[in-house]
Design a protein around this ligand. Sequence first.
Ligand SMILES: C[S@@+](CC[C@H](N)C(=O)[O-])C[C@H]1O[C@@H](n2cnc3c(N)ncnc32)[C@H](O)[C@@H]1O
Length: 228
Amino acid sequence: MSGSITGRARERGIIDFRAWQIRDFTKNKQKQTDDYPYGGGRGCVMYAQPLADCRRAVCDSAGRESIHTICLSPAGRPFTQDIAKRLSREHDRIILVCGHYEGIDERFIDACVDEEISLGDFVLTGGEIPALAVADAVFRLVPGVLPDEECVTDESHWDGLLEHPQYTRPELWEGRAVPELLLSGHHLNIKKWRRAMSLLRTRARRPDMFERLSLSDEDLKLLREFGS
Ligand SMILES: C[S@@+](CC[C@H](N)C(=O)[O-])C[C@H]1O[C@@H](n2cnc3c(N)ncnc32)[C@H](O)[C@@H]1O
């Protein structure tokens, strides 16, 4: 997070982030943050109290009554570019709560969490990687983090499409050539080719996304022309 694009944006004061240690908010000598689950079963569940106290401290440090709080959970809503857009548009601060072990006492979630987000249909050992992924996806939408707006709007998932394939030098690599049209310098034809490749790639790889598109007459023409 401190490296590369986000690191530079932080240095320039465009974004900021901070990790908070839940153990600092425990009220027991051992700084224990979890306990056995009521009802039996394996593993441990994170206490509500240190999480709620930590959240309060984060809000107080920002001089806010409340800050939009997201809990990372495999049982949450699957994360999408649309959620990233909404978060970057509607919130100037976000708290990302990372679970561990068997998860978090549901009463903390009921009392303090605004939404639960999942990174996908798989289970990780902790919420840190999903939190980094959500933060990164939101940060790059903050104006000024990327050099220009097209970096964001041209990419996969911005408008329900996957991006067209990309190529760079050399023109011929291990017997594989760059599509000739990309070398033509004909901007309109290149634009059409890219749109066609986006449509075809989305249809082939993500029929669920393709079904949701409203295709223009021009798109249908491109599909006929390039589809075969
Ligand atoms: C081992 S998981 C807990 C899984 C939980 N017992 C369940 O079955 O839903 C521990 C923590 O990792 C994080 N985590 C794991 N998989 C995740 C995913 N796909 N998306 C978001 N967070 C995830 C959550 O913060 C979760 O509380």
